[in-house]
Design a protein around this ligand. Sequence first.
Ligand code: TYD
Length: 148
Amino acid sequence: MEKGEALVYMNYKLIDMKIFGDERGKLISLEGNHNVPFEIKRVYWIFDTIPNQKRGMHAHTNMEQIIVAMDGACEFILDDGIKREKVLLNRPDLGLYIGKNMWREMQNFSYGCKLMILASSYYDENEYIRDYNVFLKTVNQNKGQNGQ
Ligand code: TYD
């Protein structure tokens, strides 16, 4: 984190996406730096998920994402090191934006759940924090830097 950069707690939001619908069906369009608040560098999707298998369990120091459940549903646990909140993704017109330095866990996948993820950076294992205790240390250090 840059010196002086504000630390944002619970750095996520749910976005109701605009649907273009008519008698033929529905369409949603996402554009980088327009209705997606970053330049889209990477798209990936998660499929063939298994209900009792958790995924995620990590934070990103330098990546923002938007996640959409294109089909099915799953829960996200979002944690800023102080608070934990649970969010249900269950509609293809609902986007979950997750900013930097947020721990996330994905659980309770419905059979056939498909998640599409738009990311603000290329895949870089070095910007992952996969240990919860390291995550807590990192966010607490950031708080110190911001005089909080
Ligand atoms: P992982 O981070 O475990 O997925 P999740 O966030 O769902 O828990 O990623 C699974 C594997 O895929 C791991 O070996 C890293 C690799 N991977 C890439 O190579 N590129 C990517 O863009 C992503 C997201 C993962």
